[in-house]
Design a protein around this ligand. Structure first.
Ligand code: F6R
Length: 622
């Protein structure tokens, strides 16, 4: 949800800021803006609505904006529509028209997050003579900083920390003050922000890829901390304005991992990276024939003591939880509940010290998942985070962290992070089953051996992509698609349906196959596409029967099953096979054709696959 960048050094700032914003465009792309200062001169603000290239065109790729210190923003609208006037940066003074041009203001800033009490603060500032030109909460926060700065005649850091005490909500803020040329001031609460340093330059960004080209040395600014950033130097402050020391971390990512590498879209590249993402994640967990969660501090004793698991997540990560539920229950005989984080946080589910709450999140910054984690901790549960982004808020706050090694995921629709999460959860289920004495040593070894074959089997599924591409060209004009399955196949259907609708904009639903008759089947008409997921032998016939019920009402059928189940061809119009594996682990294979189906359908419809409308990669607002 919104990406922010900052640069101060000896180079021209605007091209560097634009480059950084391009790497963050997955976080929002309604509008974008820059504010750059040339020495002592006033900041120059330029904004553009729509995708980032409009801003790049407007500034001649940044070359038209002189100055070596600046901030930038790419927006995913929360307060106020995506217009020029609501685009960031925002200024403390009055501004006419769209807000572009030289700004007289004392403070200019960009913000990612949401200020919950902005209406009350706006009221207060109106009282003190401030006028507002936009509908944004950001303008309010910039003006509040300005208010404290002038009222108490204090420095920028103190004005910012006073503001932090006063605002509720989440923010990553980067601000420039007229009286402090060459410096950027920052603050953070519950929204991501990193600060990188090099010899004579410093960089701010919402995410690592934005600065990876320039530096690998970064500080993870803590929650409720502020920073004063000058070329090559950063100072950090707590809420009292006292200086604090933070450790400098080294980013070990491969920069090429964040590039498209010859693929047409990040999503397709990331689909193809799944064998590596799954293998790397698995290799980090399975050592010498045993699963080890020692890096996560999750001992066998802790695992043995668990009496209840609650999995909490959003979107696709929640679908991983749904799949893991069946596997954990079946293998480890432990009761599992799967909750949407946005619901969990407001429910009164009793949790105890033997409840393990597992929060699954690629970004580690999803606002609802973070809030749910905090609720779980408050209620005394043990918490385990399954997270992809190192150093993210969820990773930092959970009792135990299990990192997935999917690498940076850029496409808004998740694929490789989903698969890495799934394999991590499968490894957890196998380990739980063994440690709790549900499976024998022999079965344990067999299952780990089978897990290690998954990356190659995913590769085999990818080799069949042309068939899926062909099929997607047939369904490109579909109005509705229904994905159905039972048990684990239902969980796979949920993810297949989300992949389809979020990037192709075709309405789709996932249903537990047995539930169709209780209402939804009335929506089936001639040529409605029904995709049945049929990987669970115990449930195969039952789901086929449900598909036949749809067919007799006119539906066109696709079956997704494992090699050998050729009888399905007698009943359906198009079949996709995935290699056989232990049925507990089949979601890792069956999801891949469904990802490809969503992808190719979106491409055939000429849509922006990597940046679907209205979405953002990291949902840092409630
Ligand atoms: C869908 C998708 C989202 C995310 C969800 C949670 O393709 O990517 O549904 O899964 O927003 O995000 P994280 O995993 O970052 O918490």
């Amino acid at each position: 949800m919104c990406g922010i960048v900052g640069y101060t050094g000896n180079e021209q700032a605007a091209p560097i800021l634009l480059e950084g914003l391009a790497k963050l465009e997955y976080r929002g792309y309604d509008s974008a803006g820059l504010a750059v200062r040339d020495g002592e001169k006033l900041a120059e603000v330029v904004k553009a609505t729509g995708k980032l290239y409009h801003l790049a065109d407007k500034t001649d790729q940044g070359r038209a904006l002189p100055g070596t210190c600046g901030i930038g923003h790419t927006r995913w609208a929360t307060h106020g529509d995506p217009s020029m006037v609501n685009a960031h940066p925002h200024v403390s003074g009055n501004c006419s028209g769209s807000g572009s041009g030289q700004v007289e203001s004392d403070v200019v800033g960009v913000h990612n997050g949401i200020i919950e009490n902005f209406a009350e603060l706006k009221e207060k500032l109106l009282h003190h003579g401030y006028e507002f030109y936009s509908d944004t909460d950001t303008e309010v926060v910039v003006k509040l900083v300005d208010y404290y700065y002038k009222k108490y005649k204090i420095g920028p850091v103190d004005a910012i920390t006073r503001t932090m005490v006063r605002v509720r909500g989440s923010y990553a803020l980067a601000l420039m003050f007229k009286d402090f040329p060459g410096e950027i001031f920052a603050a953070r609460k519950d929204s991501p922000l990193i600060i990188g340093t090099a010899k004579d330059a410093s960089y701010l960004a919402s995410d690592v890829p934005a600065i990876l080209k320039y530096t690998r040395s970064v500080y993870y600014i803590g929650n409720l901390q502020a920073a004063r950033v000058s070329p090559g130097q950063v100072k950090f402050y707590d809420l009292n304005g006292d200086e604090v020391t933070l450790p400098l971390s080294e980013i070990t990512w491969d920069a090429a991992a964040a590039e498209k590498d010859g693929y047409e879209h990040f999503m397709l590249k990331e689909i193809h990276e799944q064998p590596a993402a799954v293998r790397d994640t698995l290799n980090s967990l399975v050592k010498e024939g045993r699963v080890s969660f020692s890096d996560a501090g999750l001992t066998d004793e802790i695992i043995r003591a668990v009496t209840q698991i609650d999995i909490v997540a959003c979107g696709s990560a929640w679908h991983v939880g749904m799949a893991a539920q069946y596997v954990l229950e079946d293998l480890a005989c432990v009761p599992v509940r799967v909750e949407l984080a946005s619901e969990f946080r407001y429910r009164s589910i009793p949790l105890g010290e033997h409840t393990l709450v597992i929060v699954i999140s690629q970004s580690g910054e999803t606002a609802d998942s973070l809030a749910a984690l905090r609720v779980a901790k408050e209620r005394g549960a043990k918490t385990l985070a399954v997270v992809n982004v190192i150093g993210s808020s969820i990773a930092r706050e959970a009792d135990h962290v299990l990192y997935t090694l999917a690498g940076p995921e850029i496409a808004v629709a998740t694929t490789k992070a989903y698969s890495a999460q799934l394999i991590a959860m499968d490894a957890l289920a196998v380990q739980m089953a063994f440690v709790r004495g549900v499976i024998s040593q022999e079965k344990y070894a067999q299952m780990l051996e089978e897990l290690s074959t998954i990356p190659d089997k995913i590769k085999r599924v990818l080799e069949e992509k042309e068939r899926i591409q062909w099929f997607s060209s047939k369904i490109v004009n579909a109005h509705d698609i229904f994905f159905i399955g039972r048990g684990l196949d239902y969980a796979i259907s949920l993810e297949g349906s989300l992949k389809m609708k979020e990037i192709s904009y075709i309405h789709s639903e996932a249903y537990a196959a047995g539930e169709l008759k209780h209402g939804t089947i009335s929506l089936i008409e001639n040529n409605t596409l029904v995709i049945g997921v049929l990987t669970q032998s115990r449930l195969f016939e039952k789901t086929v029967s449900n598909m036949m019920e749809c067919k007799s009402r006119g539906a066109y059928l696709m079956g997704l099953t494992t090699n050998g189940n050729f009888s399905v061809e007698d009943s359906v119009d198009f079949t996709v096979y995935v290699p056989k594996t232990d049925e507990h682990f089949v979601a890792s294979l069956a999801v891949v054709p469904l990802q490809l189906l969503g992808y190719y359908t979106s491409v055939s419809r000429g849509l922006d696959v990597d940046k679907p409308r209205n979405l953002a990669k990291s949902v840092t607002v409630e």
